[in-house]
Design a protein around this ligand. Structure first.
Ligand code: PLP
Length: 384
């Protein structure tokens, strides 16, 4: 496959990010140490050392113990593992799960799966402004709750949920807390110790590293039933020969965690200025979640009178990549489950696009993009 065209403007960083130079360099190095980390000869020990030093870098970045990290194939697996793994450990008195209604499908569908198996699932409503219904949460959190799973930041709207506020209440009821921290990593400081969270999911490719590699953070002492049975890797918690290149690349990016966080600081003013420009040049545009605390890189726009997919294709032809929340299943377009769960109509959900900036996004790119967007929307609206 050809590398992404450098002349294009990539504004879809919540979908995936370009691996940093250090990640690419680490891959080359790891390819030279291709021994199986589980073997016991010298060729293996080099691979094992690389694996361990990546684990240490990541544990430093996340502020947890290296052995609290379980490497997975990505956050979809981590989310499945955290939730199913916990509910499979017998607990006769606790059989309820609480999630937010705007979770990633890897949490939502896992919850549906458990509900089909007879567990009770409560989905916390989220308002149109992006706020979780705290009264609902308090009402349903009880001695029957085994797990609460709430994402740290939403992938479509960028809205940040104040999870630190809830940890204490969850623990007071004797329940555990999992958070899908995929979109948070690299955009805000993650401090697992300080958060006192029990389980957390991360994905390397959302943080300038490779696809196919993730982490499940599992606090010391928490028992989960394995999702993948087999070999003794990851201290018998996740069978399968490790994805050494992916893990080593993730570890090298973690070493640059502070640089990444510093670079993300510039995104807020870029994003805010872009939104100001769009609002002053286009009528009937709503910035979803603008009253809530949001990730600095994300802007989710509902643009009345246009179809998000058509706009996406128009922008694509102009060399710009953005995304829409809708998904195509069996030839039929489905609107964003996040936006409809927040109370937007199907029509409104189909009229939205997501713009997500990355650490290499420049002012010039944003200026080009915002003009292209206004031009395309005006043209599409005139065709109506
Ligand atoms: N959780 C969130 C919030 C995401 O945005 C994504 C990816 O889109 C995932 C989980 C799944 O991550 P992965 O691609 O590593 O399975």
């Amino acid at each position: 496959m050809k590398p992404l065209d450098k002349n294009r403007i990539y504004l879809d960083h919540n979908a995936t990010t370009e691996p940093r130079f250090s990640a690419k360099k680490a891959v080359k190095k790891a390819l030279n140490y291709w021994g199986n980390p589980s073997s016991i000869h010298q060729d293996a020990s080099k691979a094992k050392n690389l694996l361990w030093s990546a684990r240490q870098n990541l544990s430093h970045f996340l502020n947890c113990h290296p052995l609290e990290i379980i490497f997975t194939s990505g956050a979809s697996e981590s989310n499945n593992y955290a939730i199913k793994g916990l509910f499979q450990v017998q607990n006769k008195t606790r059989n309820e799960l609480i999630i937010s209604s705007v979770e990633h499908p890897s949490v939502l569908y896992t919850a549906d799966f458990l509900s089909q198996k007879g567990f009770k699932v409560h989905k916390i409503p989220v308002s149109k402004q992006g706020f979780l219904d705290e009264a609902f949460f308090e009402k349903h959190l009880s001695e029957k709750t085994l797990l609460v799973s709430i994402m740290s930041a939403n992938n479509e709207t960028g809205v940040i949920f104040p999870i630190e506020k809830w940890v204490k209440k969850i623990h007071e009821k004797g329940a555990l807390f999992h958070s899908d921290m995929v979109q948070f990593l690299g955009k805000r400081k993650v401090d697992l110790k300080k958060l006192e969270i029990d389980l957390a999911s991360f994905s390397a490719h959302k943080c300038y590293s490779l696809q196919g590699c993730g982490i499940l953070y599992c606090k010391k002492g928490i028992m989960l039933e394995s999702l993948i049975h087999g070999g003794p890797q990851e201290r018998q918690r996740r069978a399968g020969t490790e994805n050494l290149t992916g893990i080593v690349a993730f570890g090298s990016v973690a070493k640059e965690g502070d640089i990444i966080l510093k670079k993300t600081q510039k995104l807020k003013s870029l994003r805010d200025n872009m939104e100001k420009y769009i609002l002053s040049h286009l009528k009937k545009v709503e910035i979803i979640g603008h009253k809530a605390l949001r990730l600095d890189n994300t802007s989710c726009l509902c643009i009345s009178g246009i179809h998000g997919e058509t706009l996406l294709m128009n922008l694509d032809l102009k060399g710009i990549s953005v995304s829409v929340g809708s998904a195509c299943g069996s030839g039929k377009l489905k609107s964003s489950s996040v936006l409809t769960a927040m109370g937007f109509t199907q029509k409104e959900a189909f009229s939205s696009i997501r713009i997500s900036l990355g650490i290499e996004t420049t002012k010039e790119q944003i200026e080009y993009f915002q003009k292209a967007l206004v031009e395309s929307v005006n043209r599409l609206r005139n065709l109506e």
